[in-house]
Design a binder for this molecule. Structure first.
Ligand code: NAP
Length: 282
């Protein structure tokens, strides 16, 4: 039976520090504030937004929403970003992606003020992650994976880590963050040859592909640590990860469940970044 790497204790520990920082800021008259920019009403965006708002409220962080319809033009989105940039009372911004078809996502991401980029979406923040300079904030989900490993005392130095998925939101940045911790990282994707063999050979595997329960017994090995970043809805409408949990759990040493795993840490990381951004700007 695998150890469950639950997200709640990790998120709670992070939030304790964030709460103390927020209290210090509020005592000096600074109200840490997060802007949320959302286009349309995708269920996964709404679900993440609810979690983020709840977490923000519990920490004393204010949230301001900039909501646009799914078919709003690029100019309306750029105007919302400009408002966020110009408003000194807003310290960080979460913009839901993927943006609707027809929107230039790269232009939108790079229009955000680097100082308010608390989710690592601008070129400057990503450069910080890839160059290891510590400039800017890393994408929250990628950082959440690092926090989970740290919280549970899983040291990746010298270990073989496979990351499945190469998006700029998760796969690539988490590979860089773990490389910076001296792991030997293999970054896998949809064209990787013999993915099961690569996964089986790794000490730690991060799955981030958005494929419901796609990774089964042939991918797992005894003693492995598995981080399942996927948040998917199965055919019965239930939330599930990328990993076939029931197949993995008897084999591997430790695994994050879905729900109750990586997702809950992501919002805690986001709030820590907002508090840090507020401190840096005030
Ligand atoms: P994405 O942009 O769609 O990227 C998916 C990646 O998976 C791509 O690199 C793709 O490879 C790879 N992939 C697809 N099929 C594959 C296969 N058969 N074998 C190996 N790799 C394959 O997705 P994303 O934004 O990174 O999100 C991934 C998952 O994480 C989703 O379920 C999303 O909901 C979840 N998520 C969770 C959190 C959280 O807080 N836990 C936050 C954000 C997202 P190619 O590059 O070759 O196409």
């Amino acid at each position: 039976m695998a150890d469950l790497l639950l997200g709640k204790p990790v998120g709670d520990a992070l939030s304790e520090d964030t709460k103390a920082q927020v209290e210090r800021l509020r005592a000096r008259g600074v109200q840490p504030t997060l802007a949320i920019i959302r286009m349309g009403e995708r269920p996964d965006d709404l679900s993440y937004e609810r979690g983020a708002c709840k977490r923000a409220e519990s920490l004393g962080i204010a949230v301001r929403k900039f909501l646009l319809s799914e078919d709003a033009p690029q100019a309306a989105l750029m105007e919302a970003i400009a408002q966020v940039n110009a408003d000194d009372s807003i310290h960080g911004c979460l913009m839901f992606r993927p943006l609707p078809k027809g929107i230039d996502e790269t232009a939108a991401c790079n229009a955000l003020s680097p100082a308010k980029d608390v989710d690592g979406i601008t070129v400057g923040s990503l450069a910080g992650v890839f160059m290891g300079t510590g400039v800017g904030f890393p994408p929250c989900t990628a950082q959440a994976c690092v926090e989970i490993l740290g919280h549970y005392g899983i040291d990746v130095e010298g270990k073989d880590v496979a990351v499945v998925g190469r998006s700029l939101v998760i796969g690539k940045p988490v590979a860089m963050l773990l490389l910076a911790k001296n792991a030997t990282v293999t970054l896998c994707h949809s064209r990787s040859a013999d993915l099961p063999a690569v996964c089986r050979a790794a000490d730690v595997v991060v799955y981030a592909t958005g494929r419901p329960r796609a990774y089964s017994l042939e991918h797992f090995a005894t003693g492995q640590v598995v981080l399942d970043v996927g948040i998917n809805v199965d055919e019965e409408g239930n939330l599930c990860g990328d990993v076939d949990f029931d197949a993995a759990e008897p084999v591997v040493a430790a695994i994050t469940p879905v729900p109750r795993g990586v997702g809950s840490v992501t919002t805690a990381v986001l709030m820590r970044h907002v508090a840090q951004a507020a401190a840096a700007q005030s």
